[in-house]
Design a protein around this ligand. Structure first.
Ligand code: FES
Length: 201
């Protein structure tokens, strides 16, 4: 895990405010919580701000969310810098979040990280053509299908160096590889089919 800092000043936009549509949506989220607990909406609002910007959170967006929620800037900054789902600098068209926690490491994540370093470059850097960026993250909750990576909104699971490279190739070529397990299994069911409850009589 690398240190998470705000993007360099030259990358930061001068201002950010929610669009009218997003502000209206934000108010519906805030209204879900009791009076005095508006801060509970901080994660959905940060997420919507990240989507509005196009994949990352500038400092002004973090401050705007703080203003909308009536929170000190530092409290929102703490959330944005803690969760790796929030990108603090621009990311590539395809942003790879590679799980590097123990179950994935035991199942070969180190080789996948080597591929990221070789093909994409340093963490948090966007390739010159804008296509890829990557970051190592903690457990994404799909350990049964280790090793795995999240690319944009999709999980790619049961990866090998070969299947991971193929996924990157497909994306680079403008195609959409099938997400989910990359081996013959249904979701997180046993590889090779059911092992229990096979008697139907
Ligand atoms: S350890 Fe990788 S998904 Fe849990």
């Amino acid at each position: 895990m690398a240190v998470r800092r705000l993007a360099e000043p030259h990358l930061q936009p001068a201002s950010f405010t929610f669009t009218d549509e997003n502000l209206a949506w934000a108010k519906t989220q805030i209204a879900k919580y009791p009076e005095g607990r508006q801060a509970s909406a901080v994660i959905p609002l940060l997420w919507r701000a990240q989507e509005q910007v196009g994949g990352w959170l500038p400092q002004k967006a973090i401050e705007h969310v703080a203003e909308v929620l009536g929170m000190p800037n530092i409290r929102v900054l703490e959330v944005a810098t803690f969760y790796t789902m929030f990108n603090l600098a621009p990311v590539g068209k395809f942003h790879v979040q590679m799980c590097g926690t123990t179950p994935c490491m035991l199942r070969g994540a180190a080789a996948l990280i080597d591929i990221c370093n070789r093909r994409i470059g340093h963490q948090y850097e966007v390739m010159a053509d804008g296509k890829f960026s990557w970051v190592e993250v903690e457990c994404l909750g799909a350990c049964v299908n280790a090793p795995m990576a999240q690319i944009n909104y999709d999980y790619y699971e049961d990866l090998t160096p070969e299947t991971f490279e193929k996924i990157l190739d497909e994306m680079a070529a403008g195609r959409t590889p099938k997400p989910g397990p990359q081996v013959d299994r249904q979701l997180s069911a046993p590889i090779g089919g059911a092992t229990t409850l096979k008697e139907t009589t």
